[in-house]
Structure formats: C-alpha cells, structure tokens
Design a protein around this ligand. Structure first.
Ligand code: PXG
Length: 456
C-alpha cells in the first residue's frame, strides 16, 4: 500500500489521541514503518533518530528479537488468563517478584494494570480505600500539582494539573487539590534554586492546613514532571515534601510512569531524589513499550492493611497481569540487569549526554535554560534569553522547532515552548553526538524561521 493510501485510511477512520483530527486529516499523518535500535523509519525511507524513545518508553530500543520471542512463546503457551478468581500464572508471579527486586525500600507488593492511567486510578482508589479501612473515610483529599500529568482517564485527568485537559470532558473527580509546580527557571523569580524548592514544597503544608490535615489521604507527584516539560525540581524540594507528608501522616505516592526503569539514572526517580514513597506507579519502561503493561508497587504499610482487612478490594482490570505483557516485562527487567543498563547510564552515558547537550546547545541564542537529569532533558526556547522574554503566543516556537526536527531526521518533542529529549537508554556516545548535532542544526533553522516570521 502506498503512503497516500495509508494516510487516506487513517484520515477516514482513525481518531488520534491529543490531536486536532480535522487539521491532521488535511495534511495526513506521517507513516512510521519500522524501528531498529534508536532509529525509526518512515514510509518514504527516511531514517529518524528517536530522541523520545517512542513516548518515553522504548528504553531498550527498537527491534529486539529477545523480547519478541518471549511474547511469541507465551502466546502459544497461554495467551490469556485472568488473575481475579483465585488463579495466577507464571509470568504474573515471576514479574511481581522481579519488580520487587528492583523497587526501593519496602515497595514489594505489586498490583498490575494495563496503562499508566489505570495505575493512577488504582492509587486514587487504593489511597482512599486505605484510609476508609483505617476508620477514617473522611481522609479522602488527594493533593497533586499544577502542570502534572497523570494520564487521561477521568481519574488521571482530574489528578493531573493540565488546564487544557480540565476544560474538557468534566465534571472532574471531586476532592482533588493542586499546588504549584517547582519550576525554578520559569517561576523562581529572584530566589535561589534551593530557596525556591522549599517555597514550593511548603505550598503543600499550606494546602494541608487549608483543607485540614485530617482530610488528606495522599500527595502524588512525578519525581520529574515529564509531559509538563521536564521540570527537574530543586534538590531541596523532595526531602521537604517527604518531611511534610511524615509530619501530617499523609501517604506519599511517586508517579514513576516516566521516571521508573532507569530514566533518571537510577532504577527509580525516587532513588535519584531521595524519596521514600508509600506507593509508586510504573508503566512505559516496564516493558520497554513493547506491550502495554503497568503496575503499582505498594509498601508494607498499605499492603499489610489490605491483607489484614478481611474484605475484597473491588478493583482490577481484565488485563491486570496479562501473561504475554508480563512475560515481556519480565524479560525487560532481566535484560536491564544482564546488560547493566542502569550502571552504564550512571557511569558513562548520563554524564556524556548531559554534558554534550550543554556544550552544544547552551550558548544557542534561542536556548534560555536546559533542565536535565539522567537521560531526560527539557530546553526552554526564549525570544530573548537575557531578559527571559518568551515568544508571543501567536508564534508557536516549539511546533516550528519540532517540524524542523521531523524534517531533519530527529524526533524531539515540544511542550509549549520547551523542547524535550528522552532517548532510548541504550543510546551510544556516537548516537548522542548525532543527536546534539541535529538538535543544534534544527535550533538554527528554528531561529531562521522565527526571523522570517518577524518574531525576532
Ligand atoms: N503518569 C505519568 C507520569 C505519565 O507520564 C501517565 C501517568 C499515563 O500513562 P498512560 O499509559 O495511561 O498513557 C503518563 C503518560 C506526552 C505524553 O505528550 C506523556 C504520557 C502519555 C501521553 C503523552 O508527553 N505520559
């Protein structure tokens, strides 16, 4: 089938997520046909370096036969069986143990879901249920942050802090509060990073006191906000959040859907930022994106309460612990251990990536600031970086840059005027060199476009 035929079918029948479908249909979606390592190819044969690992997930790179074989073997052995009615199967049991072997602290009790959004709905229900079985059903307020992303089910949308999402499909789930995000470059003003981190964390204490400590179930946050633009919090932020949660006996949940499985340079973002959460969510890197699977790792406090409470927890999904997805996730964890992915990142690839980005791009006239940790980074594009002046709203500088990247063999994602990188964890030094060279070229082209549009 030709590219045009596929585009016509797509335009005729496919409603895309987070997309203005009418506009997309006019120009036609780009057809991606295959992947190998850190590269993908489109229907016209263009080779593209995937600086986003799909959607923050293809951590082990494309085209791994070892993952495909495991899926095939599991499919012919047992393609599906549920874990609802007093049954289990080898992939789910083995995967639960394997996840517990890599999660920090006592996060050793695993509840499976099919997506990050479902994992988030699980923690929303489980944190509230926990307090209900403690005899405190009034402790049901969840506190999250503005510009957080926690998925797009009604639960994830409500818990997230994306105003564009809150406007659609409401009313939202009640008893959710949002506090400010720790975005120092954008909102820190004259404060030092450390000072600003404390101010943002103390917004949690203010909110707790405002709604009453006895009414709060949990605080939920991404260690690094991903879809919000790669907002890396100041070093003071998470320890202070942890202290406040302990002080008011509030459950702390880290949404590790992006940060989990190596992205920040450790197995989990909680380790990078010194957080000891009561629960974490995970998805994406758990199966390297090869099949949809997610999980919540629950610590002893909540798990023991559930286990000791003599009643079903009436929650779960048809595909909780799906055997094929679980087998692939198990293999993913085994590969990460065997190939020492986290160690290689820590000792070599992360410092090289972060340094190369800064050396190549910091002095670019458009780049106001680079935020980054592990193998993830966000760049703020500014009209005038000295005076921190953003582009006017009619110039979508992020989209202009993203389009230049697309045309020049690089996937870099735009969140507003921030450009995001989150490449596969198996990227080599040479491929990082190629990535930063392409990024520089595309920033130059973006600068030219902005001048042509009269924005500079
Ligand atoms: N929590 C976090 C922190 C996420 O990043 C979810 C939950 C929801 O996961 P599912 O599997 O339901 O999508 C996510 C997902 C983007 C983008 O544009 C990011 C995500 C999903 C879609 C787009 O950066 N993250």
């Amino acid at each position: 089938m030709s590219q045009t035929q596929i585009q016509q079918q797509d335009a005729g029948y496919h409603l895309h997520p987070f997309t203005n479908t009418g506009r997309l249909n006019e120009k036609g979606a780009r057809v991606i046909t295959r992947g190998e390592g850190v590269y993908i190819w489109d229907e016209d044969g263009n080779k593209i370096l995937d600086g986003m690992a799909g959607l923050w997930c293809v951590n082990l790179g494309y085209g791994r036969e070892d993952l495909a074989k495991v899926a095939y073997e599991q499919m012919v052995t047992l393609p599906y069986y549920n874990t609802f009615f007093q049954t289990t199967h080898t992939p789910a049991a083995k995967l639960a143990e394997a996840i517990a072997s890599v999660t920090p602290g006592d996060l050793n009790h695993i509840f499976f879901a099919g997506s990050g959004s479902e994992a988030i709905d699980t923690i929303m229900r489980l944190t509230r249920h926990y307090w209900a079985i403690q005899g405190k059903p009034y402790r049901n307020i969840l506190i999250a942050r503005e510009n957080a992303y926690h998925g797009s089910t009604i639960g994830g949308t409500s818990l997230g802090g994306m105003s564009g999402m809150h406007k659609q499909g409401g009313p939202l789930v009640p008893n959710i509060e949002h506090i400010r995000q720790p975005y120092w470059y954008g909102e820190g003003g004259d404060m030092s990073e450390d000072e600003f981190g404390l101010v943002c964390a103390r917004a949690l204490e203010e909110k707790i006191l405002e709604v009453g400590p006895d009414n709060v179930a949990a605080f939920i946050g991404e260690p690094v906000q991903g879809a919000g633009g790669v907002i890396v919090p100041p070093a003071t932020y998470w320890p202070e959040i942890q202290r406040i949660c302990k002080k008011y006996d509030i459950l702390l949940v880290a949404d590790e859907v992006i940060c989990g499985y190596g992205r920040t340079g450790n197995w989990f973002g909680s380790q990078t930022f010194g957080i000891e959460p009561d629960m974490i969510t995970m998805a994406k890197g758990l199966s390297s994106g090869y099949l949809p699977i997610a999980a919540v790792a629950v610590g002893d406090r909540v798990a023991n309460a559930l286990i000791e409470h003599d009643e079903d927890f009436n929650h779960g999904y048809t595909y909780s612990g799906h055997p094929v997805a679980a087998a692939v996730a198990l293999k993913t964890i085994e590969i990460m251990k065997e190939e020492k992915i986290v160690e290689t990142l820590r000792d070599d690839i992360v410092p090289y990536f972060q340094q190369s980005l800064r050396e190549a791009l910091s002095d670019h006239p458009l780049v106001g600031h680079i935020d980054g940790v592990g193998l993830v980074a966000g760049m703020a594009l500014m009209k005038d970086k000295e005076s921190k002046t953003p582009f006017p709203s009619d110039i979508d500088i992020g989209m202009i840059c993203r389009d230049h990247c697309f045309s020049n063999g690089l996937i870099m994602r735009a969140t507003g005027s921030r450009m995001i990188l989150s490449p596969p964890l198996v990227i080599s030094r040479e491929e990082i060199d190629e990535l930063v060279q392409k990024a520089r070229l595309c920033l130059d082209l973006t600068l030219e476009s902005a001048k042509k549009l009269g924005a500079l």
